[in-house]
Design a protein around this ligand. Structure first.
Ligand SMILES: Cc1cc2nc3c(=O)[nH]c(=O)nc-3n(C[C@H](O)[C@H](O)[C@H](O)COP(=O)(O)O)c2cc1C
Length: 491
């Protein structure tokens, strides 16, 4: 089912028995975050609605995408590679010559038109509009860890426009509450929101910004997805949903937002107002220390009359962000393959908080190919922030760490097969990089080596059983008394 709003998705979870409703009074100060983390770490039915939030009128919805099954339900997809395939299909589409052939591609063209966002004049988010009296403190914003600098909006979708092309970005960037009208915008330097901001800063102008809290699940996913440069993120939402998102204009800024949003914060980010943001207990499990970031100034709040406040908690993996990361890993595989066709599979283990480590399997044809793939991926969008790449042969399952470790320890010679590149961009959150945003990369080529690559010995043969013995043991398996054991999982 394609959901048009967060409320519809929440109702669906409720009907399926997937939602915990908490009626006991709970506090935005540490308590809600701790409950959400415990539910996530338990791995059991994590989605939760806090109905009775001390001092606030709105319910708080957490862990909404807290398992892979929930993300599949939310995006109405069983195979996430489908998202990447829809994008690569669009780039491959050719308009053929001849009227009959043109007619044949018409359904495809109308499909693209279906994905595009549609402008509408009104929607549920305009039920309440506050300008002078708009107050960020009216929202049930959480403090997550004791040494956090304060309260942080953690699941807001920050919308900005590219100052030259007008292409819209949606980014999930946390915002630290300062007072009723101000928050600190934590868009890291490599992200598109920060790029738009820097361009406006060069012109000595502030950048108009809208922050959506609670939207249809595909648009929320769009906010975390590293969508290819030049693609409007609302078009991406439409591609994920197979249906365009309805957008309305904000009241005080020239930005469009989903008409079915729960809450919209309108305003601007001012380059002349820099504040220290943090510390904040982050995705890595460590407190990210304070760093300067610009200030968001509120000009209006639009909201539904009874909105849901969507939030998420981060911390030592595995929390909700890990499942969103898994979707990114799978959905962008076809795009990676478009540029690096030898890539068979790709994995970013959640314990490596995604930017820390990625494993890639390739169908190797020529010497040096693993290094070629690493260098290509380090040049691709947010993959440029990945600290460690491990490249393995196509017959290694990248999602099985035992197989990957076996490949590293049997196929990689540290001197010959590792690559260290210094002074490269690193993830802002990396607690180990020597400088903020600058550090080194490690590449491990764990593919089978050839003579040209410096392997001068005879290739050792993989020790595997012969077919005759295999089928003999298969046949007699029950006779041995092993009927309860899985007999199929051997080499
Ligand atoms: C829960 C969550 C919180 C995030 N917080 C931040 C943040 O504070 N700052 C940031 O730059 N990226 C943050 N990210 C990552 C971005 O949302 C992600 O890189 C996204 O692709 C935005 O990049 P873009 O604006 O360049 O497309 C967060 C992601 C998640 C899932």
């Amino acid at each position: 089912m394609v959901f048009d709003s967060l409320g519809e998705y929440l109702q669906f979870l409720e009907n399926k028995g997937e939602l915990n409703r908490i009626k006991t009074e709970v506090d935005t100060n540490l308590e809600i975050a701790e409950i959400m983390r415990r539910l996530m770490y338990s791995g059991n039915r994590p989605a939760v609605l806090f109905e009775n939030v001390k001092g606030y009128d709105f319910p708080v919805f957490g862990n909404a995408f807290g398992t892979l099954e929930l993300v599949k339900t939310a995006l109405d997809l069983s195979d996430f590679t489908e998202i990447g395939r829809r994008i690569t299909d669009l780039t491959k589409m050719k308009i053929p010559s001849g009227i009959i052939n043109k007619l044949k591609v018409l359904p495809k063209i109308s499909e693209i038109a279906d994905y595009a966002p549609k402008k509408v004049d009104s929607g549920p988010v305009t039920e309440i509009i506050e300008t002078e009296n708009a107050d960020l403190r009216s929202l049930p914003i959480l403090k997550s860890f004791p040494e956090d600098a304060g309260k942080f909006i953690t699941f807001g979708l920050t919308i900005t426009k590219h100052p030259e092309t007008g292409i819209r970005n949606i980014g999930v960037y946390r915002i630290q509450l300062v007072n009723e009208k101000k928050g600190i915008m934590h868009w890291q330097t490599h992200k598109r929101g920060a790029q738009h901001y820097e361009m406006m800063k060069e012109q000595k102008k502030r950048i108009e910004t809208a922050i959506v809290i609670g939207a249809d699940p595909a648009t929320i996913f769009s906010g975390v997805a590293p969508v290819p440069e030049g693609m409007d993120k609302f078009l991406f939402s439409g591609i994920v949903r197979r249906k365009g998102v309805k957008l309305i204009k904000c009241k005080t800024v020239d930005i469009e937002v989903p008409a079915n949003s729960e809450i919209v914060l309108e305003g601007y980010v001012d380059p002349n107002e820099i504040r220290k943001e943090g510390p904040f207990g982050d995705h890595t499990g460590f407190y990210t220390p304070p760093e300067p970031f610009p200030t968001f100034n509120l000009t209006a709040i639009m909201r539904k009359s009874n909105p849901i406040y969507l939030t998420t908690v981060v911390g030592k993996p595995i929390l909700e962000d890990s499942y969103l990361g898994k979707v990114i890993e799978q959905s962008f595989l076809p795009l990676i393959q478009m540029f690096q066709p030898e890539v068979v599979d790709f994995s970013m283990p959640p314990s490596g908080w995604f930017q820390g480590l990625a494993i890639i399997s390739i169908k190797k044809r020529y010497p040096g190919q693993a290094k070629k793939v690493m260098m290509g991926l380090w040049g691709m969008g947010q993959l440029s922030l990945t600290k460690i790449f491990i490249v393995v042969d196509h017959d290694i399952n990248v999602h099985n760490l035992n197989e990957v470790i076996w490949a590293i320890t049997t196929k990689a010679d540290p001197k010959r097969d590792t690559l260290i590149i210094d002074n490269t961009p690193t993830d802002t959150l990396d607690p180990s990089s020597p400088l903020l945003n600058l550090g080194s990369k490690l590449g491990i080529d764990a593919t089978t080596k050839t003579r040209e690559e410096g392997y001068l010995r005879e290739l050792q043969k993989l020790a595997v059983v012969d077919e005759k013995t295999k089928s003999l043991v298969d046949k007699k398996w029950k006779e041995y008394g092993f009927s309860f054991y899985d007999n199929s999982n051997h080499n």
